[in-house]
Structure formats: structure tokens, C-alpha cells
Design a protein around this ligand. Sequence first.
Ligand code: GLU
Length: 429
Amino acid sequence: MLGSIPVTSAVAPVLDEANPWLNAQRQFDNAAEILKLTPGLRAVLRQVRRELVVRFPVKLDDGGLRMFEGYRVQHNLTRGPAKGGLRFHPETNIDEVKALAMWMTWKCALVNIPFGGAKGGVVVDPATLSHRELERLTRRFASEISVLVGPDSDIPAPDVNTSAEIMAWIMDTISMEHGYSIPAVVTGKPLEIGGSEGRPSATGRGVTIVALEACKRLHLDPAECTVAVQGFGNVGSVSAELMHDAGFRICAVSDVFGGIYSPVGLDMRALQDHRKATGSIKDFPGTHYVSNSELLQLPVDVLVPAALENQITVRNAGHIHAKLIIEGANGPTTPDADAILERRGITLVPDILANAGGVTVSYFEWVQDLQSFFWEEGEINRRLERILQRAFHQMCDEADLHGVSLRLGAYLVAVKRVADATAVRGIYP
Ligand code: GLU
């Protein structure tokens, strides 16, 4: 039906390798081409449905006032409420948030949970704010975007530089505005107010589950694999720890200030103790310093980029030694770099599967909140593993069928699910 509607919409030229939105659209276009989506479906799916830009004042502790800019973007709501995190970062912008929202749609569709995709952000370096200023900023931003959010419409969660505590402030703000508690309005909350067991470690657990599946596919023994992890936030640190527990040898990790490397491997428990004691991973005994870009090119078997976008680009894709890349971050590899990695025979498990553990357990949290009935951690982890393993195999089957990369295989599964749902629903009115 959609095929008969004539469509005129400009296709954005790809001029800038670093623009995540253009990259996200390119990735979608590649899948749409193979799926032979009608022009109507393509036009619907390659744009975001809603984008809200808010500008708001926050009272500072010194009595002054500062203006902030924030975003909430909903890419698609066809399969259910929009779902996706909020990031607080000085360099976030509307194009980044649009890309992240689109990636959430495909991520939720790939693991087959009944959500569409959204993302939000505030342009701020939270390290420059006091704890009280951060709370005021969060509450005001939550209020500004409350026209969109709700347990049936759009459910935020943590992302870069946002925590369970920040989710608690959002839950409280929205609840106060309604006059009653609405736990299901946000996920990644503390346990005390309806958070889920297993949610804080879910993304890193998912990275580990898919890394083990990828090793099976490549006939690699995890015990003989060395690993470098870029990023030591919630995703990177948990991934490093759980991959270590699963038998991998973690040789390098990094944070925003740089990384540490030891060819013989890092003792992850001792590293966590060192970080607790000194406040950073720097100067961990038995390691030497590497920059974040050097880390990506270390002679390791597995690379886990778990920081920000655009880390693997045309500039360094030719110098990566790893034979397996697991994208813990969203969008760490540009499409041009993807092509180089593919030519070089490097296997890449794409972000929309590799980091989908977080949103999958967010889904469990939302379901538990709606039912007011809570599950044990063992049950959460077992269900998570089943969902990710199934999605991994669906992705591989599709990639093998068409002779394409795992990213494209994952997109074929995900985009088809959203396209089919759109076609079945039809166009209103
Ligand atoms: N921010 C995470 C992601 O990029 C989690 C989103 C969620 O749980 O809704 O997948």
C-alpha cells in the first residue's frame, strides 16, 4: 500500500564522516536497499518522528543562573513506546541524539522487545556542576520533556554520564507533577523505587554474552583471547570485569584520560581496588600508559570500544590488529571504517546487538514496574542470555544468507521488523 504513494524527500549528502545522523541514515539505507523497501516505507523510517529542543535556566549555588540546551528525540513508536537513554555531555547535539534515537529503534527491534526508539541529552559537562546543581538541572530538564515522557509513550534510562540517582530524580519529578508514583516512567532506577536486579550490569553482561557467541562462530577459545576495552564507564568497566570472569585476558582498559596496558593481562579485581583508592586507573602497577587512540591499535585479539561514537574511522581502521570487535558503545565505527574492516576480514558485532543488554533489562524493569511484581537476578540474567543468543543467531543467519557483514545482517532483521509493523498498521488517517 505504501508503495503506491509518490514520495519526494531530499536525501542528505554524506559529506561528513563524523556526523552520526548521516551515518545512521546511511546504515539504514544499506538495509533498505537489500530489503527492497518501498519508497514510502523508506521515507517514513529514515526520519525521526519527533524532536523536542528545550532551553531552560538552572539556579547555580552562587546565586547565578545558567541557561542549558537539551533534547528528546523519538525516532519511531510503531512497535511500542519510545525507549532510550539520556546523556549529559558537553558535545552532544541534535544530530547525535537523532542518530542515537534511530539506533534505539533498531536495537529494540533486533532483540524483539516491544519498544520504539528515542534518545535525549543535555549539553553539559556534569563535572562542572555541584551535586545540587546537577539535581536542579535534571529535575528542570525532566519537567521540560515531560510533554513526551510517560510509561506508555516514552521511557528514558541512563546513558553517558547519567546514573541511577539521576533516574530517581526524574521518576520523582514526573511523579510529583502527577500527584502519584509512576515507577515505570524511567528505567535504570535504584532498587528502592522499582529498579530491577541486574540492570546496572546488564549492558556489560550483554557484551560478554555476545563476545562468547562470537568466539564460538570464529572458533576462538576465550581463554586464548587478549582483549582491549576502550572506556571505563558503566559499560566498559562491567564488560572488562565479566569478560575477565568468562576467561578472556583483559590487557588494556582506558578512561577519558587515557589507558593502561599489560601484555600479560590485568587483574580486574585489583584494578577496581586501585581505582577506588586513587580515583583513577592511572599508574596501576605492572602497566604502561597508552593513549585512547593507541589502545585501539594494540596487538590484541578482541577490541571492545565502549566509549563514544566515531572512534574507529578511515584514519585508523587499517591499523587495527584485533580480529573481533564488539561495539559496547553506540556508533563507535563509521560506515567508511566498516567497509575497511570488512575488507580486512575483521568480524564486528554491531552496537545494536552488542550493547542491547541494557535496554533488554530496562524492558524487564518496565514490565516488573507495570506488574508491581519483581523477579530474582538469576531469572533476569537467564532471560537476558536467551534473548541475546537468539538475536545473535538471527543476525548471523541473515548475514550469511545475503553474504553481508554482521552489522548489515542485524539491520536486515531489525529494519524488517519495524517495516512490517508499519505496513501492517498502515498510514493514518
Ligand atoms: N542508553 C542505553 C542504550 O543506549 C540504554 C537505553 C535504555 O535502557 O532504555 O542502549
